[in-house]
Ligand binder design. Sequence first.
Ligand code: MRU
Length: 352
Amino acid sequence: MSNFKSKIKTIEWVENYSKMVDQTLLPEEFKYVNITTGDSMYKAIKTMIVRGAPAIGVAGAHGVVLYAQELAKENISRDEFINKLLKKADYMASSRPTAVNLMWAVKKQKEIVKKSQSDIKGIVEELKANAIKLENEDIEINKKIGDFGAEVVPKGATILTHCNAGALATVGYGTALGVVRSAFANDPTVKVFADETRPRQQGARITTLELTMDGIPTTLITDGMCSYFMKKGMIDMVVVGADRIAANGDTANKIGTYTVAIAAKYHNIPFYIAAPLSTIDTSIKTGDEIIIEERSREEVTHINGKIICAPDVNVINPGFDVTPNELITGIITEKGILKPDYKKSILEAFNC
Ligand code: MRU
């Protein structure tokens, strides 16, 4: 496995609270905040203090522990504790709608609550242990994704990525940027082009920061520039993350990903998704069933608090789009690189 050392741990359970990088402050400040209540975790996910599909999955699992700790202090029966906690868990899972890792991790916590034979204190401990397990597994999975992905990165490649699917979108190491890290460990001539990723600029604010912190050569471009550089032969492959993948391989990721995939197809450039199996939602047949988060008009009308358009202009702000499976060269997972026909390869990955 790659021995590349990334400096970042995005989220971590510490004794009885969750410690995370406040991503709303990046890149100006790299600061950790402590989240000590279930309601403040709900808010941290909703306001994107923590963001990125795998990171919000772990945050959701931490959130359930925080609610459990709070309910354990109330003078209620074990049955009442369980009923209330399951409702709070559902509330936590509703903090953002598109990234399925959140629902997946909360479901894992709910299963523990339902199956446990322990008293209230014991249930809290079991939830805590599971949250820490999910946290540790995330990094291991990302390293496996990184190493599988590195095998398809050509020598000296320039890799285009969109949004941030890095250490800061996971517990550490990253999915798409995990591939970059593992490739760079083998070949220090590998480079990255990072799309700015309007409206919230995760590419500019977060991807460029974490890659340069790790010494990986990175060039920032704006979202409209990708086909220009593809035509010039300056992009060798695209690797992006995912928020939800349907059973047929259709993939929801940050708005703008679909445009990059179309441009890559036109220029005959391989387009890869890097994601753990927990991002695959086999309960939905196609990407048409994925709920797309609608975000605020201010994200589009303002940059750093400054208005950039006519104040009363109409705005529409979907947070994600869905790339159809036929534009995807492969889906890099911890079980290997899945290839079309995705219906078949996804099923096989879950069964092996
Ligand atoms: O709105 P965000 O910043 O949570 O969106 C994040 C993305 O779209 C990432 O590319 C995706 O979650 C993959 S993260 C490994």
